[in-house]
Design a protein around this ligand. Structure first.
Ligand SMILES: *[C@@H]1O[C@H](CO)[C@@H](O)[C@H](O)[C@H]1NC(C)=O
Ligand SMILES: *[C@@H]1O[C@H](CO)[C@@H](O)[C@H](O)[C@H]1NC(C)=O
Ligand SMILES: *[C@@H]1O[C@H](CO)[C@@H](O)[C@H](O)[C@H]1NC(C)=O
Ligand SMILES: *[C@@H]1O[C@H](CO)[C@@H](O)[C@H](O)[C@H]1NC(C)=O
Length: 456
């Protein structure tokens, strides 16, 4: 009797110990999984992009600009050419760069594979080991240039040629696209009424969509709620144009809009749907708001520009993402622009799209990671940043061994970019979870008996 009781107690105690150990291991594994997932979310969170335009005579040298961009936590940059000084500055910066075949080069690249090969050799292959070139943009707003319609028919052939050259040089992971203005749409209101302009729909857009779809590349759109608002001051409220409305402003069948940008993007989505291309992802290659204008240009002040871009960053990077027609979809977004550019012609607004003055001072405080809630900004008082001092060492094209296996990492980066990192994260969590289960199973099968026999 005594012996039995003793034994029984002993069994109970060892059972409890086992369970305790099990609990501790489980808690440990769960914590590990959570921290891994957290790390993944942190490092894979998408970043905002910026357009680094240089139509100015007073900007800091490119090497200093790269340091500024990094200090602002901008992750990707778009430029309007493939300038070697700029590319040199981006070497080993870790920033993702999109470069451009200029409009002047499109005709030549479109008509000759040899010219295209040469372009890719000189502007991508030569830099690829040290500069994270993720995209080649063929032309800027070519279909808006009615003075040069001869170029329109060269556009898609040029895109195909650049793609073929990249593949030839084993750089097929570099995306090829073209930046178009929103005037590629003939009608855009309501969003479901979105259609491409009849003069380009079947001749240029249809083959372009075929190309983008088959290469899994973004439709790159320059889209400015500012211009739509400024052209329709009586019909469109400033709140709707600057993400300031929490109520539905436009209802379009079962789709409801509280901001103009979503409506503009969905007009593009409708137009693509009508041509049968439902799977082409959209990326905003330019958007923004001017911080200064002429006296006859309302809404062009620092506080409105700050409102627009602060809210834009939150919307682009934080959930809920997407548009009513594509809920949850991550839309990579490039703000126009990094600097005010003093040599741009036209009204005052044209020279005042920048997040920064040429001296590197911010025009208004903005957190480009989007972590800061819009309501948490104290005021729109100018926010000083000191220009980072940078050593002026220049790096020759491709003169870097530190990123020699860059090809693969770039491909995975670009894939995670397309899925916004979410899929990767889910897979990782799932793997952690499976590991937990396997450990548990192993633990239980090695402790004789079954867990349901363990007593507390
Ligand atoms: C759709 O667009 C066409 C062409 O711009 C326009 O004539 C028509 O009024 C629009 N439909 C609606 C419901 O606004
Ligand atoms: C900025 O522009 C908006 C729209 O015109 C106006 O309501 C607002 O008062 C202006 N803000 C400043 C500080 O001028
Ligand atoms: C930078 O330029 C802006 C606009 O011209 C000016 O207001 C600001 O004081 C300047 N900042 C510095 C540090 O020079
Ligand atoms: C490559 O960079 C090193 C310094 O990092 C320099 O000494 C060397 O001259 C460079 N090579 C070329 C070909 O520019």
């Amino acid at each position: 009797m005594t012996t039995y009781r003793y034994k029984h107690n002993d069994r109970r105690r060892s059972g409890t110990t086992k369970l305790l150990t099990l609990c501790i291991i489980l808690i440990f594994l769960a914590a590990a999984a959570v921290s891994i997932a957290y790390l993944v979310i942190q490092t894979r969170r998408p970043t905002i992009g910026v357009n680094y335009g240089r139509v100015a005579d007073n900007l800091p040298p490119p090497s200093q600009v790269v340091a500024i961009i990094k200090s602002l936590k901008i992750g990707k940059v778009k430029i309007y050419d493939a300038n070697p000084q700029v590319l040199t500055a981006f070497a080993n910066s870790g920033l993702q760069l999109s470069i451009m075949v200029t409009n002047q080069e499109v005709q030549g690249v479109g008509s000759s594979q040899g010219t295209s090969d040469q372009w890719v050799q000189q502007n991508v292959v030569a830099w690829y080991k040290s500069v994270k070139i993720i995209m080649v943009i063929v032309g800027n707003e070519i279909l808006s240039d009615y003075g040069n319609q001869a170029l329109w028919n060269s556009l898609v052939p040029a895109m195909r040629n650049i793609r073929a050259s990249l593949v030839r040089f084993n750089l097929g992971s570099v995306m090829v696209t073209s930046s178009l203005a929103i005037d590629c749409l003939g009608s855009s209101f309501p969003p479901s009424n979105g259609t491409f302009r009849p003069d380009i729909a079947s001749s240029v857009i249809q083959p372009m969509l075929e190309f983008l779809s088959s290469t899994n590349a973004y439709f790159f759109i320059n889209v400015y709620p500012y211009f739509a608002w400024a052209d329709n001051l009586k019909q469109i409220s400033l709140e709707y144009a600057t993400f300031g409305s929490s109520n539905v402003v436009v209802s379009d069948g079962s789709f409801h809009y509280n901001n103009l940008l979503d409506a503009q993007l969905d007009a593009l989505v409708s137009a693509m749907d009508k041509l049968g291309y439902h799977n082409v992802d959209v990326s905003i290659s330019e958007t923004g708001w001017p911080s200064l204008g002429d006296p006859n240009q309302p809404g062009t002040n620092i506080s409105t520009a700050a409102d627009f871009n602060r809210r834009l960053v939150r919307k682009a990077l934080w959930k809920p993402r997407g548009t009513p027609r594509r809920p949850g979809k991550y839309i990579p977004t490039y703000i126009f622009a990094l600097f005010n550019e003093d040599l741009k012609p036209g009204p005052t607004t044209e020279r005042n799209w920048g997040l920064l003055y040429p001296n590197g001072t911010r025009v208004y405080d903005i957190d480009l990671t989007g972590r800061q809630k819009v309501s948490d900004y104290s005021s729109s008082a100018p926010f000083q940043v000191t220009l980072p001092s940078v050593s002026q060492t220049s790096i020759s094209p491709g003169n870097s061994s530190s990123q020699s296996n860059f090809g693969t990492s770039q491909q995975s980066l670009q894939q995670s970019e397309k899925s916004g990192g979410t899929q990767w994260c889910v897979v990782n969590l799932y793997v952690s979870y499976l590991t937990c289960l396997l450990c548990l199973q192993h633990l239980l099968s090695s402790s004789k008996g079954h867990w349901w026999n363990l007593q507390l």
